[in-house]
Write a protein that binds this ligand. Structure first.
Ligand SMILES: [Zn+2]
Ligand SMILES: [Zn+2]
Ligand SMILES: [Zn+2]
Length: 259
């Protein structure tokens, strides 16, 4: 399995227009520190699946025939914007697996064009070729699904956008021990007010419970990036363009040998 992060930022992306915080200034100096909307390309068993679709230029990034489907976590703009144009493609129909959310985003569900929306329910696994995909419930401001993807003894879990996890989801993941987890972490610790995303402590606690072999935090906002510039975290943080190969654990570095 190969996962390429196309975007690792939140709804604000980064640099934020007009912001002079250290993270946004650094992102202007070094484009490698900029963050687009949270999204990734998963390549597995000869298939290419897009996880979330917030990039507005999807139609130029992915010429006809280069995608086998889209796994859509939810219908917030930073996760679906690219579908507004992609639906008018003249290429063969593109499956889009998504949660049940009748309001969706703008008129996407009413006028899906070439997109073939397929509603999924938490726990109802389905197959795409040799891959098994299991939707899991997340906790967000509108219906949102995480995706657990299994192929050939490898398991990846994409858990974004969410604040915490329903206990049942956390228990399933802790029992399954995914090889790789991509987890929502938008805020620095101490962020007050109503939130629909993890802060660093919440993300850390979830990873400690699930104990994946490897992980990345994503959906970071600029305030978290600024905080991490001052005080780095031991948790791996994803960056746009980063490529992760998910492979079976080696004998020396495997789950069995971890103490
Ligand atoms: Zn989001
Ligand atoms: Zn900023
Ligand atoms: Zn969201």
């Amino acid at each position: 399995m190969r996962l390429t992060f196309l975007g690792t930022g939140g709804v604000w992306a980064a640099p934020v227009h007009g912001c002079t915080c250290p993270a946004c200034m650094a992102a202007r100096r070094d484009p490698a520190r900029a963050r687009g909307p949270a999204s990734a390309l998963l390549e597995v068993a000869g298939l290419r699946l897009l996880i979330d679709a917030g990039h507005a230029d999807l139609t130029t990034r992915f010429p006809p025939g280069t995608l086998d489907g889209v796994l859509l976590t939810h219908f917030h703009a930073d996760h679906v914007l690219g579908l507004m144009l992609m639906r008018w493609s003249m290429a063969p129909k593109l499956p889009v697996w998504c949660p049940q959310d009748p309001k969706g985003f703008d008129d996407l569900l009413k006028h899906p064009g070439r997109l073939r929306f397929q509603t999924c329910a938490a726990g109802a696994a389905f197959s795409v070729g040799p891959i098994t995909i299991t939707p899991v419930a997340l906790i967000h401001s509108r219906p949102t699904l995480g995706w657990v993807i299994d192929h050939a003894d490898l398991r990846l879990a994409w858990l974004c956008d969410t604040r915490g996890l329903p206990d049942q989801t956390a228990a399933i993941l802790a029992a399954q021990r995914p090889d790789f987890v991509a987890l929502d972490c938008a805020y620095p610790n101490g962020t007050t007010g109503a939130r629909n995303h993890n802060d660093l402590d919440e993300a850390s606690a979830l990873l400690a419970r699930i104990e994946p072999q490897d992980s990345r935090l994503l959906h970071l906002n600029h305030e978290l990036d600024a905080a991490l510039m001052a005080t780095p975290t031991h948790l791996p943080v994803a960056w746009d363009g980063e490529d992760v190969v998910i492979a079976a654990p080696s004998a020396e570095n495997g789950r069995e040998s971890a103490s």
